[in-house]
Design a binder for this molecule. Structure first.
Ligand SMILES: [Zn+2]
Length: 297
């Protein structure tokens, strides 16, 4: 009996070891850019090996933690950097819970503030944990494993009372070999115009459509300059804002830009094997539709 228990314990240890090795093995080298399905809001996880960068944290902590748990190996409790595009609840609502459950290496955000409980809680927890905070300004860079994330906007310091927080959204560009992504937060046409005037190169493969596909974002000029092959819209099912707007969708359609939406496709995952090869969309096997298919629904 005792021997059997020993054997059982050893088998479990071997299984755990193999599982951990597998997690590390598949994670190393491969870059993932995941637009998390957080409902009406934004949250994007950029992950390579044990390094994670999170752009925004969706509207609530429960959903955000469940989403992160799906994609971050469970033994990895550190997120190297959190980029906060702007202080609206649909972007920061889940971040306090992220800070409670993961060690955050640093926070990259503007000085824009919002008089809400969600924002107050976030600033408080970051201060309490003593997390390093870096002001997001054009030219800031995060580099790791061949991945370059560059802040393109805002151009300078943003006041605490940034009246139009959407147009103070942090805009970041990711380059990995020949692959490129543009993350726009809730930037609207006024901010897009400023970026266009600056001459910053925004030509990318994949564009995260600004402000959940609202009519007030995605000007013709901005879409033409970005000229992405694919676009991602982060949006909640049957949201009360009517996002994405039909006008935005038709602008994308006339340009033959392939659109992926979190409300229809759940998590939108891009995987990049190495800098030389092209990033490709991966199947999200964890989404509910998979089970629906299995049951022939
Ligand atoms: Zn938003």
């Amino acid at each position: 009996m005792k021997n059997r228990i020993h054997l059982f314990a050893i088998l479990i240890l071997i299984a755990v070891f193999l599982y951990l090795s597998y997690q590390v093995f598949v994670g190393v080298g491969r870059l993932q850019i995941i637009f998390l399905n957080v409902g009406q809001g934004d949250s994007i996880l950029i992950q390579k090996g044990t390094k994670q960068i999170l752009i925004d944290g969706g509207p609530n902590g429960k959903t955000e933690l469940a989403e992160l748990g799906k994609h971050i190996p469970y033994f990895d409790r550190e997120i190297e950097a959190v980029i906060v595009t702007h202080p609206d609840r649909d972007h920061i609502g889940g971040l306090s819970d992220v800070a409670r459950n993961y060690k955050i290496g640093k926070v990259v955000e503007t000085k824009a503030e919002k008089d809400t409980a969600a924002f107050g809680e976030w600033r408080e927890i970051i201060a309490y944990d003593g997390v390093e905070t870096v002001e997001a300004v054009r030219g800031d860079e995060i580099n790791f494993g061949g991945v370059k994330i560059r802040i393109l906007f805002p151009f300078g310091s943003v006041g605490a009372a940034a009246g139009d927080a959407n147009n103070s959204s942090v805009v970041a560009r990711l380059d990995y070999g020949g692959n490129s992504f543009l993350f726009t937060g809730d930037l609207e046409t006024a901010g897009e115009g400023q970026i266009l005037k600056s001459g910053e190169n925004i030509n990318v493969d994949v564009l995260k459509i600004g402000h959940h596909g609202s009519k007030s974002s995605s000007s013709e000029e901005f879409l033409d300059a970005a000229s992405p092959e694919e676009a991602v819209i982060s949006v909640g099912v049957k949201n009360s804002y009517g996002h994405p707007h039909a006008e935005t969708l038709s602008k994308l359609e006339t340009r033959n830009i392939k659109v992926h939406r979190t409300d229809e496709d759940s998590d939108i995952i891009y995987e990049c094997k190495n800098p030389e090869s092209k990033c490709a969309r991966a199947q999200d096997l964890t989404k509910v539709k998979f089970w629906a298919k299995l049951w022939g629904k």
